[in-house]
Design a protein around this ligand. Structure first.
Ligand code: GLN
Length: 488
């Protein structure tokens, strides 16, 4: 079936005119109709608009144009602005808000001829690790619908795993691309901070947020990064660093590359099956010619605490704009203060309120130096750990998550347990470096076969290297070809 293809397989067929962009789009819409009632990856989608975009792409193909994303259906996390489409961040507070403009990444995808469709479920304002914090619905893991897909970009990961889209975009502040990619068995890439413009991404924690792709294989991730990357005048944190051709780096040869194994990542709480799969993957990388080097990232223990101070502080400021005046839903009051507090009281969910309160506290006078300022200093130490390690190694290999997908409801009453599921992904955002997760095996023996993810961390702007390593590994294994037990 068409929707099972990767992007490179689809575009080859489009170029040969064996299939049309309309066929490809229709195959995604059919799959959504078939499975999304169980998966709930999508909050909404506009089929007529998607088909109209597909027909425009077919017109371009008929005129002799080809392109790596021309006619490819790609779905968006509900935190990315798409002109004339709903933008809710899976929150009630945005009401019936419709985006008046395109995010830069959306503009780039549309210019490349991609069919940009659908609004993908997520944790409210990207705060969470399971999509259970969505104000609307919990997305289910395509491998076992009693389990969560990870988060916060759970809809983005589930939609790719369930072949409801050829690729999706998500955002990653502390693991929200890599963690759900690992739990759903797809490839997820968080680029270096500044690599991709954040213009049109609703901000959670501005110094940590990055946009990135979910794909079915590593080549497709490289293809998307080629299109998404680059300096944008509208995001002053995007950098003018040249954009290489990331697909050109995928030559399969990783001989002599040095891979760092951080000793601090062999923590208690790491599931034995996850550990076994990751160890086997590391041996495989060694067989492919990589050299393994033990390294130390001594400040790892402080990463989760540091993140939850910085991320909540920034969130408390970023979310101040949702006050019932300018955007979305409003609950009226007798004076402005009452209006704000009633609107925010009714509009935000429990986790978002928890973060705003924590963030306000760590920034308040008297506590600012003890928490926020100290966290910034520790953040610098964490970044220095990585930069020091990268003097000796080309990339770092770790598990993406401590366990495979957990059951819905298992951690939702215990925020600390939920926060710990990000233990391996958070440091990467604090350090601003790129990170990629790809499938490296499955659990066995339990009540379900669940995907396991391998994480590769790179030097700042070292995406080429981690894509190259990931591609070499992927091509020597068959994990990425496995499909979840779904109809279609
Ligand atoms: N799970 C983390 C959090 O809840 C990371 C979320 C993200 O990357 N957006 O903050």
């Amino acid at each position: 079936m068409l929707n099972h293809l990767t992007i490179s397989e689809l575009t080859a067929r489009l170029a040969r005119r064996e299939v049309s962009a309309r066929d490809a789009t229709q195959s995604c819409l059919d799959q959504i109709a078939r499975v999304d009632g169980r998966i709930h990856a999508f909050l909404s989608h506009d089929a007529a608009d998607a088909l109209a975009q597909a027909e425009a792409a077919d017109q371009r193909i008929a005129n002799g144009e080809t392109g790596p994303l021309l006619g490819v259906p790609i779905a968006m996390k509900d935190v990315l602005a798409v002109k004339d489409q709903p933008l809710n961040c899976a929150s009630k507070i945005l009401g019936k808000f419709i985006s008046p403009y395109d995010a830069t990444v959306v503009e780039k995808l549309k210019a490349a001829g991609a069919v940009v469709f659908g609004r993908l479920n997520m944790d409210e304002f990207a705060m969470g690790s399971s999509t259970e914090n969505s104000a609307f619905v919990t997305t289910r893991n395509p491998w076992d619908v009693t389990r969560i897909p990870g988060g916060s970009s759970g809809g983005s990961a589930a939609a790719v795993a369930a072949d409801e889209a050829f690729a999706t975009l998500g955002s990653d502040t502390g693991g929200s691309i890599r963690q759900p990619a690992a739990l759903c068995g797809c490839v997820g890439l968080k680029p270096t901070y500044g690599r991709v413009s954040r213009y049109g991404l609703v901000a959670f924690a501005s110094s940590l947020d990055q946009i990135g792709p979910f794909t079915k294989d590593v080549r497709d991730a490289a293809t998307l990064l080629n299109v998404l990357s680059g300096r944008d005048e509208r995001d002053s944190t995007s950098v003018p660093e040249p954009v290489p051709d990331y697909t050109a780096a995928l030559d399969g040869n990783i001989k002599g590359l040095k891979l760092g194994l951080p000793r601090e990542y062999l923590v208690g709480g790491l599931d034995p099956q996850v550990n076994a799969a990751v160890q086997t993957a590391i041996r495989q990388l060694e067989k492919l010619g990589a050299e393994l080097v033990e390294i130390s990232l001594p400040h790892t223990d402080y990463a989760v605490a540091t993140y939850y101070i910085i991320a909540t502080a920034e969130a408390s400021a970023n979310l101040a704009r949702f006050d019932g005046i300018r955007y979305g839903a409003r609950v009226n009051g007798t004076d402005p203060i009452e209006l704000y507090s009633k609107t925010r009281g009714a509009g935000f969910g429990a986790e978002v309120k928890r973060r705003i309160i924590l963030g306000t506290y760590v920034l308040s006078s008297g506590y600012h130096d003890a928490y926020y300022l100290r966290a910034q200093k520790v953040r610098t130490l964490i970044r220095q750990d990585f930069l020091r390690a990268f003097e000796k190694v080309d990339a770092i290999v770790t598990p993406t998550t401590p366990t495979a997908a957990f059951k819905a409801g298992e951690k939702s009453d215990d925020p600390m347990q939920m926060y710990l599921s990000d233990i391996f992904t958070i440091s990467c955002n604090l350090a601003g470096i790129p990170g990629l997760s790809l499938p490296c095996g499955f659990t066995s023996g339990g009540d379900a076969k669940l995907p396991i993810g391998l994480q590769l961390l790179g030097k700042p702007f070292g995406e080429e290297t981690i894509l190259k390593i990931a591609h070499a590994y992927e091509q020597s294994t068959a994990w990425h070809r496995e499909k979840p037990p779904l109809p279609g």
